[in-house]
Design a protein around this ligand. Structure first.
Ligand code: SF4
Length: 248
């Protein structure tokens, strides 16, 4: 299947928080990560999350914290890439680039387009932790994020310090303990554990998406008796589109 890159606005994504550990303490970190704190997701939970994403036709975003700090990062990334070869949905990952060897090992996958991997290098990140080699490699494929414009990040802030002003991940998110949340906000309700029945999760996930592709993904997994919700959403979507076209 031809690989398809992640479209933030239109794809339905499952964010998998591999860890809340990090080597940096960025001012804009919505998860308030910092060195010497945090926890890793169990590897089995991460694999289960990837399998669930495959079942539901979702793009997997491997996040954190700094995802490359997870002790089994390579195994998990390998599993996500294996899934994408079957579904055509390319996994997405952002790293702070501090783990030089792991970031370099991931590069051929990024270059081949089987992983959409970014190195974050905006003014908030500790650039002293990232080697010139890593930056040179990822610049070559245009995958250094925030170097020239980080305007989108300035309103973000450390959630636990009350500085957070927007939701960093307005999509389904699997926390390090395996709980599935509607988004990344501190008060986001949990839908249960990643091992739960997929259709039940998607039913609740309908509340998180207003995009047509997202709704069509839901359609595929929901039983007939629950599809009325999608019909209603699609009708609303069409009405909104028609209204937008009318007023512009
Ligand atoms: S590198 Fe990422 S996870 Fe770490 S503190 Fe910065 S924004 Fe947070």
């Amino acid at each position: 299947m031809a690989p398809k890159n992640y479209d933030y606005r239109n794809d339905f994504v499952l964010h998998v928080m591999l860890t809340t550990r990090c080597t940096m303490r960025c001012q804009h970190c919505s998860f308030s990560c910092e060195p010497d704190k945090g926890e890793d997701m169990a590897t089995a939970t991460a694999i289960q999350a990837i399998k669930t994403a495959q079942e539901l036709d979702l793009v997997v975003a491997l996040g954190g914290g700094e995802p490359t700090l997870h002790p089994d990062f390579e195994e998990i990334l390998g599993c996500a890439v294996g899934m994408s070869l079957k579904t055509g949905l390319v996994p997405w990952i952002a790293t702070n680039g501090s783990q030089e060897q792991r970031t370099k090992r991931m590069f051929p996958l990024a270059k081949a387009g089987v992983v959409t991997a970014f190195v974050s290098n905006d003014r908030f990140h500790d650039r002293s932790q990232v080697s010139h080699d890593v930056l040179r490699m990822y610049r070559e494929i245009n995958r250094v994020f925030g170097e020239f414009s980080d305007a989108g990040l300035v309103k973000m802030g450390r959630q636990k310090e009350g500085l957070d002003t927007r939701c960093a991940v307005p999509q389904l998110l699997v926390w390090t303990d395996g709980s599935v949340r509607l988004c990344s906000c501190a008060d986001a309700p949990s839908l249960g554990h990643i091992g739960q029945d997929a259709a039940a999760m998607m039913r609740l996930a309908l509340h998180t998406t207003r995009t047509r592709p997202g709704l069509l993904n839901c359609w595929k997994v929901l039983p007939e008796e629950d599809r009325w919700m999608i019909r209603q959403r699609l009708m609303n979507h069409q009405a909104e589109q028609a209204h937008k076209e009318y007023v512009t």
